[in-house]
Design a protein around this ligand. Structure first.
Ligand code: SP5
Ligand code: ZN
Length: 341
């Protein structure tokens, strides 16, 4: 299986994020990608290549043009010699209900587009995020060329980013851009299965009104877990998208057996939809040792997940999302991909 990976991810390395006790280390660190790449390389089962550059059109099919301009420009405007701190741009105000006019000031726009205090923009953020999109699109090209599966080792991840919104360590929605690109090239309809511990709110929002993309997310119940404000079972899609979004929120300490049974339910929906391709938003923060999650999946469960997804017999693009237990993420991803192969 082809693994697509860009070393440009390293340009995105914010030193800190806000946690409940104040500033803490940034969980979505470059070492995550090191761990994954090392595990895949040591297995000797994968070819690793760099992404090819893709035109902005694919990105613009999913994200708002003014939002993309903001992401691309804000750091350069902000980083004057008098600007304080090295933590990157973290907004202090947020455009929530009733505060919804986008200001002219680029830095003021951070709080218009951002929805949490954990997703700083540093100098290299856009370059890294753009390279991650290219990785997902290069993986999609492999499917279009006839490969049964491909894996994009994306960093930063993407599933929390919506058309004009960033948060949850995500800026550009790699999986959604790849799904729209496959659709555009005649792989219709497409299913996106999100198995990250957190709800894929960005992906859900992007495809909420269309019946061309089935979105399913298995995640921690947002009543207790990030992203809190979306991801409930009652969200089933709107307009022609009605019935094409499934949320499967779960309680804490879900173990292998229960998880695999929920996954089997999701696969039933995917089969019924008869997609031409599958995008797998592959977060491994469901692992028992994950510091952000409270699920109890063993490393063996990740092999079972890979086998279950492979049983769909669909061209499958796996796109890396979360996973923060540095010692385990490589093995968890390796187990999924080995079984998927
Ligand atoms: C892509 C992705 O996985 N983004 C996740 C963003 C989650 N940020 C919220 C972190 C909240 C931390 N709560 C820690 C609870 C520890 N038990
Ligand atoms: Zn996650």
């Amino acid at each position: 299986m082809q693994v697509i990976f860009s070393p440009k991810h390293r340009q995105h390395a914010p030193p800190a994020e806000f946690v409940s006790s104040g500033l803490g280390p940034y969980s979505e660190s470059p070492t995550r990608a090191d761990s994954i790449l090392a595990a895949l390389e040591s297995s000797g089962r994968f070819d690793v290549s760099q992404p090819t550059a893709h035109a902005d059109a694919a990105l613009e099919a999913v994200h708002d043009a003014a939002y993309l301009d903001f992401l691309q420009q804000v750091y350069a405007v902000w980083s004057t010699p008098t600007a304080p701190g090295g933590n990157g741009i973290i907004p202090l105000t947020f455009a929530v209900r009733g505060l919804d006019t986008c200001p002219a000031d680029l830095v003021g726009r951070a709080g218009y587009y951002c929805f949490d205090a954990q997703t700083p923009i540093v100098r290299g953020t856009f370059a890294a995020a753009r390279a991650a999109v290219d990785a997902a699109l290069t993986g999609a090209d492999r499917l279009l060329a006839g490969d049964a599966a491909a894996y994009a080792l994306c960093r930063p991840p993407g599933h929390h980013a919506a058309a004009a919104m960033y948060g949850g360590y995500c800026y550009l929605n790699n999986a959604a851009v790849a799904a729209a690109y496959l659709l555009e090239r005649g792989r219709s309809p497409v299913a996106v299965l999100d198995i990250d511990y957190h709800h894929g709110n960005g992906t859900q929002e992007i495809f909420y009104h269309t019946d061309q993309v089935l979105t399913l997310s298995i995640h921690a119940d947002p009543n207790r877990a990030y992203p809190h404000y979306l991801g409930y079972a009652g969200e089933t899609g709107k307009n022609s998208g009605k019935g094409a979004n499934f949320n499967l929120p779960l309680p804490p300490h879900v173990g292998d057996e229960d998880y695999l049974s929920i996954l089997a339910d999701a696969l039933v929906e995917i089969r019924a939809f008869s997609p031409a391709a599958l995008v797998l938003s592959l977060g491994v923060d469901t692992c028992i040792d994950d510091p952000l999650g409270d699920f109890d999946l063993s490393l063996d469960a990740f092999s079972d997940i890979g086998r279950a997804v492979a049983s769909l017999n669909l061209p499958t693009l796996a796109v890396q999302e979360g996973g923060y237990a540095i010692a385990e993420v490589g093995r968890a991803v390796l187990n999924v991909l080995t079984a998927l192969q």
